[in-house]
Structure formats: C-alpha cells, structure tokens
Ligand binder design. Structure first.
Ligand SMILES: C[S@@+](CC[C@H](N)C(=O)[O-])C[C@H]1O[C@@H](n2cnc3c(N)ncnc32)[C@H](O)[C@@H]1O
Length: 295
C-alpha cells in the first residue's frame, strides 16, 4: 500500500512540475500573442502576490514589448509591485553582517575619503540620503556604524511594500531614519531645495536607461554637500569608464552605465572608483562603484 501510495504521489508531483514548466515556458508566448499588455501586467501582479514566478529572473517574455520600448517603466512596474527580483528584499536584510560587501566597500571608501578631507564621518556628517533605499537596510548600517551622529537620514524607494515593512522595523528599533515611497526618476520632488552631506544610490541606476540615469546622477549631485556614492553594474569585459554609451545585460535588461562620464557631465568630480567585473559573493551583480564630489 505504501508503495502504491508513494508512486501515485510521485506521479502527481511529476505531472504537477511538468505542468508548471509548461506554464512558465509556453504560456507566456501564447499570452504574449493573445492578451493585451495591460491584462498581462495585471496577471503578473495578481499571480506574483500569490507567490508565482513566471520566469527567472524576470517575466520579460510576458511583457516583452514593455521591456523593449519602455525599460524604465518595465523595471518600475516590477519593483513598485514587489515582483520578481524585489522578492529578495525582506526584513532579513537588516544587520551589519548581512550587508552586501559592495555596500560595505563603498562606505569604507567614503569614510577613508572623508578622513583625508579632515571630516570625521562618525561625528561631522549630519545628513544622509539614500535614493532607492528599499527597506532602509543600508541607511540603518550607515546610522549605526558609519555616520553615527547624523540626525537626518532619509530614503526614497518605489517599492511601497519594502518602505512600509522597513519603516515599521526601524520605528521599533528606535531609528532616526525616515523612508518615503517615491520614484527616483523624479528625485527633485523628494529633495526639493535641500542639500545633504552624503548621498547614496546603490544598485538602482541599472534600472534606468542612459538618459534617465544621467539625469538622476545630476539631480543627486546637485543636492550633495560633501560626497555622493554610486554603485552600478560592472561591464564584464571592459572598465565602465571606457564605455561610449550604456549597454544592456540581457539576463535582466539591466543597464551598464559609464557613471564617470555622467558625473563629469553633471559638473562633478570622481574622487574614487572601483570596477570589479565579477560578483563579490554569489547571487549578486559585479559592482562598479564611484565616489563623486559635486564640483
Ligand atoms: C537592487 S535593489 C538595491 C536596494 C538598496 N539600495 C541596496 O543597496 O541594497 C534596487 C532598489 O531600487 C529601487 N528602485 C528601482 N527603480 C526605482 C525607481 N524608479 N524609483 C525608486 N526606487 C527604485 C527598487 O525598489 C529597489 O529597492
């Protein structure tokens, strides 16, 4: 009886997984041809909320025309609905031992630079802004371990779920960090008329095409008093600083930019840079990091 039962179960499990494979591979192509884009977008949100993943890493097959013609809107759609790659952003990201090595490296470089300028990071930095802050986990590290005396720590992110979950966590922890839901593509709205000592933008510009990324770099630098730090996707073969124009990583339609050039165009100056064409740890992207001064 046990044997019959288990073979029945494994048959059912096998059929179930074949069915899932079929849905993931064939259904997107059929739906792409038969359903309008708005309906497919609704379907992705509806199924995503129920934990279904159309394709790893993105439901690009299903939303092909959006990904190709409006990449900024495509990525904003996924992040703002906490879909696809956004699912990895949960409260478990908090904690200094969990911080991605590239973020730690950028903040280490920043502290070192500030010291060479006679600024003590732990007591002379008053304000920090994080564009694309997600849960606020990088800001929390900055608050507790780097810029410990900062009184204004703010972040903006389009992922409402992450902002709400992060805000609740930070409130409970007695943090001074304030998170806002908003689009970094319209960053002027959230930083109107103010300048902050330190501005961070880590792992975000890859979701903007070249024109939008350049605009955001300029907007952020204009509102930076002391130093801005950017982390972007590293080109796998050549230093990003040599790119004549931005490239696309086919895996996830992420953009590979030349931030050096964008900083220069914005009237800023690169004071430190790293191009690391391999991931520092598994399941992360190869980082390209820039520290820039506003002038
Ligand atoms: C790879 S995660 C990085 C999160 C965090 N900065 C870090 O270093 O761990 C990219 C973040 O950018 C945010 N993002 C993407 N497009 C955005 C947009 N248009 N406006 C605001 N945030 C955006 C996502 O919601 C996500 O939190």
């Amino acid at each position: 009886m046990d044997v019959i039962l288990s073979s029945t179960c494994s048959g059912a499990v096998g059929r179930n997984s074949q069915m899932k494979d079929w849905v993931k591979k064939v259904a997107p192509a059929v739906m792409q041809r038969t359903l309008p884009l708005w309906l497919r977008m609704r379907l992705v949100v509806w199924t995503g909320r129920r934990g279904f993943r159309w394709h790893f890493p993105l439901p690009t097959d299903l939303l092909r025309e959006l990904a190709d013609s409006e990449p900024n809107a495509f990525h904003r759609f996924l992040w703002s609905n906490h879909l696809a790659y956004a699912a990895g952003y949960e409260l478990s990201r908090f904690g200094s031992e969990k911080l991605e090595p590239s973020r730690r490296m950028l903040l280490d470089d920043m502290q070192q630079y500030l010291r060479t300028q006679g600024v003590a990071p732990e007591c002379e930095v008053n304000s920090v802004f994080d564009a694309g802050c997600s849960l606020g986990h990088v800001l929390r590290f900055a608050e507790t371990e780097v810029f410990c005396s900062a009184t204004r720590l703010r972040g903006v992110d389009v992922d409402r779920y992450a902002v709400e979950a992060g805000s609740a966590y930070l409130k409970e922890a007695g943090s001074r960090i304030e998170l806002i839901t908003g689009d970094v593509g319209q960053i002027e709205r959230y930083m109107a008329g103010e300048k902050l000592d330190v501005v961070l933008c880590c792992g975000v510009l890859m979701y903007f095409d070249q024109a939008m990324a350049a605009r955001v770099v300029k907007a952020l630098l204009t509102r930076t008093k002391v130093i801005a730090g950017f982390i972007c996707l590293a080109h796998p073969e050549k230093d990003n600083g040599t790119l004549a124009s931005s490239a696309i990583r086919p895996l996830d339609c992420g953009f590979i930019h030349n931030i050096d050039a964008m900083v220069q165009c914005a009237g800023g100056r690169v004071v430190s840079r790293r191009w690391i064409p391999r991931p520092l740890v598994a399941e992360t992207s190869p980082p390209y990091m820039i520290l820039a001064k506003p002038q």
